[in-house]
Design a protein around this ligand. Structure first.
Ligand SMILES: NC(=O)c1ccc[n+]([C@@H]2O[C@H](COP(=O)([O-])OP(=O)(O)OC[C@H]3O[C@@H](n4cnc5c(N)ncnc54)[C@H](O)[C@@H]3O)[C@@H](O)[C@H]2O)c1
Length: 251
């Protein structure tokens, strides 16, 4: 308990899935949490649920992570409600399932804008606040798709590869300011993103058969790792890709 006491966290894409699980766990561990999402009704519902259990700890905001204007407004709102942001979880993302031949330039740019450019703007915007606060932790959500062979997910793998590389360069640049930057690379996690893609029981069984732990991950599995990276339990860890996939990558 209270592993995030005194921290102010901003989690993007927290209207469902992994972001919602992270927001709940963060509040439970004492953080003030700003939850943002392009789907405002969803993120408001998650924040209401958190506030019912942990009063005054959650704030819901509408946020398109591919808009710099939205980032500026969101950050101002969070700082004025809760004070300086000391944890950023760049979680919002979309799956882009087209192959090289099917991918046109607009489709590729959209994948990169939402999954990678957004994280660059988020990092750039919160770093001055974290520097003034004396440090912070940034967790960028990537994917196993940038680490293992993922044919047919062209723009997605490119965007998640950018997340991995940006994480290392940011960790090197901001380490002297006591700002840690890590990436998390989930395998198959039971959220809308996965169930929209794997739509049959047979398909899901085939996915599970390829995972040594023989199950897909739950959003809470990832939330526990993100909590560790956000907390002071990981004060000497930065610039690292953390795979969480039930062993999927090595088989
Ligand atoms: N589920 C998986 O199997 C899996 C695997 C590897 C990586 N990931 C990554 O995990 C992260 C979380 O995904 P999830 O599994 O919870 O899926 P999800 O679809 O449940 O959640 C994604 C959230 O991002 C929000 N979002 C989408 N576009 C946005 C935008 N432009 N601005 C703000 N919010 C936006 C959605 O509204 C949604 O609430 C993503 O970055 C995803 O790429 C997921």
């Amino acid at each position: 308990m209270n592993r995030l006491q005194g921290k102010v966290a901003l989690i993007t894409g927290a209207g469902g899935g992994q972001g919602a699980a992270e927001a709940y766990l963060f509040a439970k561990e004492g953080a003030k949490v700003a939850l943002t999402d392009i789907q405002f009704e969803n993120v408001q519902a998650v924040a209401d649920k958190i506030n019912a259990e942990f009063p005054e700890q959650a704030l819901a905001l509408k946020h398109d992570v591919s808009s710099e204007e939205d980032w500026i407004k969101v950050i101002q709102a969070v700082v004025s409600k809760f004070g300086p942001i000391t944890v950023l979880v760049n979680n919002a993302g979309i799956l882009a399932t087209k192959s090289y031949k099917e991918t046109n330039i607009d489709y590729w740019r959209k994948g990169l804008d939402i999954n990678a450019w957004s994280q660059f703007v988020g990092i750039k915007s919160v770093v001055p606040i974290m520097e003034q606060a004396g440090g912070g932790s940034i967790v960028n959500i990537g994917s196993l798709a940038s680490i293992m062979n993922a044919g047919g997910f062209n723009a997605y793998t490119a965007s998640k590869g950018a997340v991995e590389a940006m994480t290392r360069s940011a960790a090197a640049e901001f380490g002297p300011s006591k700002i840690r930057v890590n990436s998390v690379h989930p395998g198959a996690i039971a959220t809308k993103m996965l169930t929209d893609t794997i739509t049959t029981d047979e398909g899901m069984k085939a996915v599970e058969a390829g995972i040594p732990l023989r199950r897909v991950g739950e959003p809470e599995d990832v939330a526990k790792l993100v909590l560790f990276l956000a907390s002071d339990d990981s004060t000497y860890i930065t610039g690292v890709e953390h795979i969480i996939d039930g062993g999927m990558w090595f088989v």
